[in-house]
Design a protein around this ligand. Structure first.
Ligand code: GDD
Ligand code: MN
Length: 354
């Protein structure tokens, strides 16, 4: 049987914060149907045992003990698998996320939103609990994520305080890839489509007791998530293919010349071989996950695109050389870069479009 709400609290050494948090949750949600799932990773300070005592006193608390510290994202999933709520809320157990915000989150879920994020970066939000350095990096990383993972549009994709409909997690939980870090919200956003999302401001508080558990694993997982879900890895592959194509081009040029072919023929054949080389590598490697369009269609489009980018390269190089700065190498390099850019955009948006 389902109940209205499950609150998942991941804990690692939060013994001193727990009672106040539980007390405030119960006060805020008086009369509502909810459960609290505390997922503790064998905290040395005895958080789990203390949580069980609180459970006896307050009721509605389930304590899940895991024997290793596995991060917030996996704690959320563990909690979800035990949960019965129609709505699921994740929040920190260190009082940095004020439980008094929960009713507002529920209101928006009731109104039909799928995901409600308590955001640190809206106009009305205040941040008391971050050092200048962490605030700056969080803002920069959020900005970076919005640029490189176009699907993610929210202001605070790093937030650890949000409410979500059960169906959303049921839909994504098997696709979630990076479980060891803290940023489960990125997984949810990147793996679902057409969510109705609301961001609400809140005041990110100072930690009362204990300290933050952000460590290298958390940072590395975040970098992996951004690379995986963004197009960065694809751009790197695409560029590598272009580089290999240039080598192939030069290799065949020299080979054919060594057989005594005229330059104008050898050059044309070498160019065609390099275009084929790039096409095949991009088709079966860079864009192997985008199964769309007929092989021949893509092949023709890619030829047109390559001709276009060569012309642009040629024209740019000449305009620069004759009208701006008469240095052959520099003019040619700028031409190559512009040609590369056109080729890149055309490949991503036309030949192998999503
Ligand atoms: N079970 C479990 N396992 N819990 C953990 C672990 C873990 O490995 N690591 C941390 N926690 C618990 C903490 O005990 C706390 O209740 C909560 O997760 C947040 O951890 P903090 O270490 O306090 O993280 P933070 O304050 O630096 O960052 C948090 O807030 C940010 C802003 O909303 C995280 O939630 C971030 O993801 C979030 O961006
Ligand atoms: Mn915290």
């Amino acid at each position: 049987m389902y109940i209205m709400l499950t609150i998942i609290l991941p804990t690692y050494n939060e013994r001193d914060n727990l009672e106040e948090l539980i007390r405030r949750i119960f006060r805020t949600l008086k009369g509502k149907g909810f459960e609290i799932i505390i997922v503790d990773d064998n905290s040395p300070d005895g958080t789990a045992e203390f949580a069980e005592e609180l459970g006896k006193k307050y009721g509605k608390i389930i304590v899940v003990k895991r024997n290793k510290k596995l991060g917030i994202s996996s704690a959320f999933l563990t909690g979800f698998l035990k949960s019965r709520g129609k709505y699921i809320i994740l929040m920190d157990a260190d009082l940095q996320h004020p439980p008094e915000k929960i009713p507002e989150i529920i209101d928006y879920l009731d109104k039909g939103y799928d995901l409600v994020i308590a955001s640190r970066f809206l106009k009305k939000s205040r941040i008391y609990g971050l050092t200048f350095y962490r605030k700056l990096t969080s803002i920069l990383i959020s900005y970076f994520i919005r640029i490189f993972i176009p699907k993610i549009k929210v202001r605070d994709p790093l937030s650890g305080f949000f409410g979500v409909k059960r169906e959303v997690i049921e839909h994504v939980h098997k696709r979630i890839k990076f479980k060891r870090g803290f940023k489960i919200l990125i997984e949810i956003l990147a793996n679902s489509n057409n969510l109705k999302i609301k961001e609400i401001p809140f005041d990110f508080q100072k930690r009362k007791y204990g300290k933050s558990k952000v460590n290298n694993i958390v940072v590395i997982e975040l970098i992996k998530q951004i690379i995986y879900y963004s197009e960065i890895s694809r751009i790197i592959k695409f560029s590598l293919v272009g580089f290999i194509g240039t080598l192939v081009n030069l290799f065949f040029l020299l080979l054919l010349r060594s057989y005594g072919l005229e330059h104008f023929i050898a050059s044309a054949i070498a160019i065609e071989i390099s275009i084929m080389n790039n096409f095949l590598l991009n088709n079966y490697w860079t864009f192997s996950d985008r199964v769309n369009g007929k092989f021949l269609d893509k092949l023709i489009k890619y030829h047109i695109l390559s001709s276009l980018s060569s012309i642009i390269q040629y024209v740019t190089s000449n305009i620069i050389f004759y009208f701006i700065y008469s240095n052959s190498i520099i003019a040619q390099i700028i031409g190559i870069l512009l040609g590369y850019l056109i080729n890149l955009l055309g490949s991503f948006k036309i030949v192998w479009k999503k």
